[in-house]
Design a protein around this ligand. Structure first.
Ligand code: ATP
Length: 235
């Protein structure tokens, strides 16, 4: 579904991505793990056109997207749940969700997707008239995920959904991510520092260090890999 080939991305003179190669197949959960500053967010920003690569190729469903503007990339079916959630704090839960569906033309199906989201996250149904900024951190993460789902993405990019949340909330969010993948057939590319949880729900994983992919394997094998256990799982 998605392929990055020798992708190099710069911020001015800083080379943040150094020849990244990776693949995401339809129906998979892929996780990209790595330390602070490794280049995980930059990888997502390159895919969605916000930090376009200086060289290399990004293919989505076989077509090059590395020269496209972000709005065009969204319209192809790639949607990002950004780090830090970035919901609209003064808009209600319902208005945040409506904005997620802004580019859709199949208006008839939106109500069905909203029902599905309220089934996944009943708390959002209860709070539908409340301002987004008054929700708890975990509820805001649920809203950010739901807002992206309202765009009915084929590929959902998620940037550190566990950031700043209590362990029980994180566990719940990860269960839901797995459910969205299995029930809703949404392909997921998950960037995480919480390597343990991410590898438990992912099919495959990539490890990134200072702008390069250093390991690529099935999630099971990465969970049992000695280097990964020492560096990222604290075991
Ligand atoms: P974290 O887990 O801490 O979010 P990350 O793996 O997502 O880290 P990136 O945010 O992609 O890492 O950063 C990769 C490198 O690019 C870092 O060295 C960072 O300082 C640099 N960088 C990121 N954004 C910018 C920017 N807007 N301008 C200049 N340098 C940047």
């Amino acid at each position: 579904m998605l392929e990055l080939k020798n992708v190099n991305t710069y911020y001015g003179n800083i080379r943040a991505l150094k020849g990244i190669d990776l693949k995401v197949e339809e129906g998979e959960i892929i996780t990209l793990i790595g330390a602070n500053g490794a280049g995980k967010t930059t990888t997502l920003m390159s895919i969605c056109g916000i930090a376009p690569p200086r060289s290399g190729e990004i293919l989505f469903l076989g077509k090059p997207i590395h020269d496209m503007k972000p709005d065009k990339i969204v319209s192809l079916g790639i949607c990002q749940v950004p780090e830090g959630r970035r919901i609209f704090p003064y808009l209600s839960v319902m208005e945040n969700l409506d904005l997620g569906a802004y580019l859709r033309r199949d208006k008839g199906k939106i109500k069905k997707d909203l029902d599905y989201i309220f089934e996944l996250f009943p708390i959002l149904a209860e709070r539908r008239h409340q301002a987004g900024g008054t929700l708890s951190g975990g509820e805001q993460q649920m809203l950010a995920i739901s807002r992206s789902l309202m765009a009915r993405p084929r590929l959902l990019l998620m940037d550190e959904p566990s950031l700043g949340l209590a362990p029980l909330v994180v566990k719940r969010i990860f269960e839901i991510i797995a459910k969205i993948n299995s029930e809703n057939r949404t392909t997921i590319f998950l960037v995480e520092q919480n390597a343990n949880l991410a590898l438990k729900i992912a099919h495959r994983g990539y490890v990134m260090e200072t702008g390069k992919i250093t390991l690529a394997d099935s999630a099971d094998r990465l969970l049992n890999n000695e280097e990964v256990r020492k560096a990222y799982l604290g075991i």
